[in-house]
Each structure stands twice: as C-alpha cells, then as structure tokens.
Design a protein around this ligand. Structure first.
Ligand code: UFG
Length: 344
C-alpha cells in the first residue's frame, strides 16, 4: 500500500502536477477540492473528495478516512489584481481556509504540511535575486494573505507541533510534457497561456503589455518563470524532508533567472513561428517590476533545483498542452474572475 498524501486543491494547475509527481514517487495522492476552478478531469492519480477547504468537518472526514502521512495545501485564490479589488474574499478563502485546515489537521493528528506560498510575500524588494532572509513586505492583499498563512503555521508549530514547508513559488509555467494536464484557467489572466493562445488561435486581439516604463532593460516587468513539473517535484522533496524529521522552513522555488514580458512574447513567437500582435497598456495595479528568486536554500535543504530552466522548454510544453486541450479558455485582461487554485 502506498502512503496517502491529502492534496487540498489538487484539481488545479499546480496541484494536479504535484499529484502526478506524488504517484510517480510511490505515494497515493488523495485530492480534496471544491472544483470551483479545479477540474475533475485533472484528478487522474487517485481519488477525489469534493469539498471546500473552509469546511473543517469535511476536511476532518477526509483526514480520518484516508489517514494521510502529510497534507499539501494548494487551495487558494491567486490573482494579484483581483485581490486588490476584493480583499475580503482573499482573506476568507486563503486565511480562513488555511486556519480551518490547520485545525482539522490538529484534531486528526496529522502534523506535516507542505504549503503553496508565493514570492508575492516579498512585495517589491528591488533586489536582483530574492533570498528568504529578506523582509516580507507584501504590496497586495494576495501576498498579505499568503504571509498571514505562513505566520499562522509558525504559531501552530509552537503550540501544536504542526511542521510545515512553506514553498514560495515564483511564476509557474509550462505543462506536463506527457500532455496529461496543463494550465486551464477560465478566464485566463496569466501571461504565458495568454500569449500562446494569441499565437496558436491566431487571435486578432492584441496581447496587452502591462507597463513598458519599468526600470528594466526593455521596460517590461521581469519574472522568474519556473516549470510546473519542477515545482511538483519540489513538493515531493518537501514531503520526504518532513517525513525524515526536517524542521519547518520557508523555501523559494524559482530558477534564479528572470525573463521580461517582451522576452516571453519573443519566446512564444520563436516556438510557434507566429507573430503575436501586442499593445502597450498601463501597469497592472500591484505588479512589482522584478521578482527573481535566489533558489539556493531549496538546493541545500531539499536537494531540489529546477531542471527545465529554459523558457523555451516551458513554452514548448505549454504549447503542446494548448494544442491538445484546444482553444477553450476565455482570455481576458485583468478583469475579475473566480479562482481557487494557487499559482504562486
Ligand atoms: N502581463 C502582461 N499582459 C498580460 C498578462 C500579464 O503584460 O496579459 C504581465 C504582468 O503584468 C506581469 C507578467 O506579465 O508583469 C506576469 O504576469 P502573470 O499574470 O502571468 O503572473 P504574475 O506575476 O502577476 O502572478 C504570479 C502568480 C501569482 C503570484 C505572483 C507573484 O500568478 O499567484 O506571480 O508576483 F502572486
């Protein structure tokens, strides 16, 4: 019998890739997801329990039934712009949801947690590469909710011995190279799938470049794009680390290299051979100019380092998924949407 791991939010983009990585590593992923933005057809490597993370009783029931060795927690709202407009929803789903999950874990005696945190906790640090020692100063409610969750975990450790690895993702991108799963948000607001959709679906609507007056070499914002399968592997490494008795830690997950919005567009054009129409637009509220990880700690602590570090590889894998899944997603600008899977 393989060891169960409860994957809360396991029907979303990153959670589903983590399930595949868990299954490959010999664990049994049990997905707990309310399917508000997750997809039942992404749950392929174990059972699905349908439920809301804020429903403590529902979570406890799943924990009692499956007796997992650890919990991975991906279920969250994850859009910076949306969090600026509706912070209450973010505190409700992200902070209250994490509180209920922690309470359920304590009640059921499950004490190992791998948490989806985000580089958004750092705010706008203005440094070349961000290490975990930097002060956290979130500049948007999304980042503030992730930081509140991390702090809650610290308190639950002191009082109730819940150990956690808080994984601060930079920008997840790409898709399972086998084509089983990929990025599917509705509507889509993330740069890589938006540009790919514009190229492959031959959209006449230009891709908006949010800000071309940033203090960066080409004026567009820089992010550290990290392959979603690498992120998934880091979660497995974190579970193993906790199983071996490792202490709670906060860990950046990125490649250590940045790419600008213009470079992402150029990479998609190069992979697809299609010129993508673009339009310069205003900066998006809450967006820092540059977020690039110092991923040293992930390597020393978890033995993890991103393998697919080339933006081109991420774009190729995401294109393969897009071709397979078809042009189903609605592409929008930064307008409101509902989301329940953490994206970093
Ligand atoms: N961008 C555009 N045009 C678009 C979409 C995005 O120019 O149509 C720009 C954004 O302004 C940003 C970059 O592309 O500079 C990347 O944007 P994404 O929306 O793809 O990703 P974010 O960096 O906003 O967000 C990601 C995760 C969040 C996380 C955040 C940390 O999705 O969960 O990184 O900053 F909080």
């Amino acid at each position: 019998m393989s060891t169960p791991v409860l994957v809360v939010g396991g029907a979303g983009y990153i959670g589903a890739h983590a399930c595949k990585a868990l299954a490959r590593a010999g664990f049994q992923p049990v997905v707990y997801d309310d399917l508000s933005t997750g997809h039942a057809d992404f749950v392929k490597w174990g059972p699905l329990v349908t439920g809301d993370v804020r429903d403590r009783e529902g979570v406890e029931k799943a924990l009692r039934q499956w007796r997992p060795a650890a919990v991975m927690h991906f279920a969250a709202l994850a859009l910076v712009g949306e969090s600026m407009r509706d912070p209450g929803r973010y505190y409700d789903v992200n902070v209250v949801g994490t509180l209920r999950l922690l309470q359920a874990m304590v009640a059921c005696g499950v004490r190992d947690l791998v948490f989806s945190s985000s580089c958004a906790v750092y705010g706008d640090p203005g440094v070349d590469r961000i290490s975990e020692n930097l002060a956290e100063r979130p500049v948007n409610p999304y980042g503030a909710t992730k930081l509140a969750c991390e702090r809650m975990m610290g308190d639950f450790e002191t009082a109730q011995r819940v150990r956690s690895v808080r994984l601060r993702y930079f920008n997840a991108a790409g898709a399972d190279p086998g084509g089983d799963i990929g990025e599917r948000h509705d509507p889509e607001t993330h740069l890589v799938p938006i540009v790919i959709a514009a190229a492959l679906d031959r959209s006449a609507v230009p891709v908006e470049i949010f800000g071309s007056d940033y203090p960066t070499p080409d004026g567009t914002a820089i992010r550290d794009y990290v392959h979603v399968c690498d992120l998934a592997d880091a979660h497995v490494a974190a579970v193993r680390y906790l199983q071996e008795g490792g202490a709670s830690r906060t860990v950046n997950l990125g490649t250590g290299a940045g790419a600008s919005v213009s470079e992402v567009i150029a990479a998609v054009e190069s992979v697809t051979g299609v010129d993508v129409p673009t339009r310069r637009s205003h900066r998006r509220a809450g967006d820092p100019p540059r977020l690039v990880a110092d991923p040293t700690r992930a390597e020393t602590l978890l033995g993890w380092r991103a393998r697919s570090t080339q933006l081109r590889t991420m774009v190729e894998d995401a294109c393969r998924w897009h071709r397979r899944a078809g042009p189903a997603m609605a592409v929008t600008g930064p307008g409101p949407r509902s989301a329940a899977d953490a994206d970093g």
